[in-house]
Design a protein around this ligand. Structure first.
Ligand SMILES: NC(=O)c1ccc[n+]([C@@H]2O[C@H](COP(=O)([O-])OP(=O)(O)OC[C@H]3O[C@@H](n4cnc5c(N)ncnc54)[C@H](O)[C@@H]3O)[C@@H](O)[C@H]2O)c1
Length: 321
């Protein structure tokens, strides 16, 4: 493709292209809502299709080199904050729109990253390639199907919502129709790769044992307590802010998995032990998660996993199952 494009130009023009590239443009944005390309070079912002008419092939060429994804954030709390501060390939992933029902949170985060606050969530759907949902189970139900209907991809953090079978089936049906992808990060657990691979055969048992610090559950206790023993589908309803990984494991294994939640005054972190048995053998993983500063219920690793998922979408290769 690149060779073909060069062949279309005289040597003078080829030099012009090279010069343009050397000017180290910082961003190229394709804005769905206005149907324009925005090219930001050193000091000039060349925007609109008239300019591009002449350089359309060059632009295609540039697009070959730079795949840039515009992202909108739904829910500007702990996870979104970690993401904005830790994301690295900012030329390829442009986090542009911010929405939160608490407008101050959206404004704070938008300010940090030079983004735009939207007052109505629907305003941002047309302008993005992907929405990161990092808000709540209810936001998944109310807003995510709208995103998928418009053919836009979504990363769902509030995975507990997906154990509502009607909602999950509706989302998958819409995605099949529109081609939109639903991405679910591995969150704060290890071993999802093995469980996904293992599910090709038969998975016989999955047990998630979660040990939480009293502060992460807003409790003040001195002795270990068993808080919950039961199925993931019940756990996500009883603890909607705490046990999303149970839903992730259920989706990966296609089982309503067993969950045990303990609150332990001896720990200062969220510990997830995952035991999986299947016809492939057995996997046991344990993750000792440090909490996010601004939300002790949320593990830093969960935010990091969303960042890596986003990174993987702009990479030319896939690692892991
Ligand atoms: N998948 C995982 O492994 C994992 C791990 C941790 C947290 N989570 C989930 O991710 C979500 C975000 O976590 P967090 O720690 O960033 O939470 P947070 O409470 O720090 O931030 C959530 C933000 O979303 C906003 N919000 C909530 N519902 C909304 C709605 N309907 N519309 C608009 N804004 C809304 C809140 O005002 C808040 O600012 C939670 O549902 C949490 O349970 C998932």
């Amino acid at each position: 493709m690149k060779q073909l494009l060069y062949e279309n130009f005289s040597s003078g023009q080829t030099q012009e292209i090279k010069d343009m590239l050397q000017k180290a443009f910082s961003k190229i944005i394709y804005d769905d809502s206005t149907q324009t390309l925005q090219i930001t070079m050193d000091n000039c912002n060349l925007c609109n299709s008239h300019f591009i008419d002449k350089y359309i092939i060059i632009i295609n060429f540039l697009f070959d080199l730079v795949i840039c994804m515009i992202v909108g954030i739904l829910g500007c709390g702990a996870i979104a904050n970690v993401l904005i501060h830790k994301i690295e390939n900012k030329d390829e992933i442009i986090v542009k729109y911010f929405y939160d029902r608490d407008i101050e949170k959206a404004e704070n985060l938008a300010r940090t990253s030079n983004g735009t606050v939207v007052l109505d969530f629907h305003e941002m759907i047309d302008g993005v390639d992907l929405i990161l949902e990092s808000a709540s189970q209810s936001s998944v139900k109310e807003l995510v199907p709208e995103v998928l209907k418009k053919g836009k991809d979504v990363i769902v953090m509030s995975v507990g919502a997906l154990l509502d079978k009607d909602l999950w089936n509706e989302m998958k049906t819409i995605s099949k129709k529109t081609g939109a992808k639903i991405h679910i990060p591995s969150g704060a657990i290890a071993g999802l790769d093995a469980i996904k691979a293992g599910s090709v055969g038969e998975i016989k048992k999955v047990l998630l044992t979660t040990r939480k610090s009293p502060s992460s559950l807003g409790k003040d206790i001195t002795k270990e307590e068993v808080l919950f023993v039961g199925k993931a589908s019940e756990a996500v309803k009883k603890f909607p802010l705490n046990i999303n990984v149970a839903a992730t494991l259920s989706i990966a294994s296609n089982l309503d998995i067993d969950v045990k939640i303990l609150v332990d005054p001896k720990v200062d972190r969220n510990i997830h032990q995952v035991l999986v048995e299947g016809d492939f053998g057995r996997v046991v993983t344990e993750t000792e998660n440090l909490p996010c500063e601004s939300n002790p219920k949320t593990s830093i690793l969960a935010a990091y996993s969303a960042i890596q998922l986003l990174n993987s979408l702009t990479k030319p290769f896939n690692l892991g199952t």
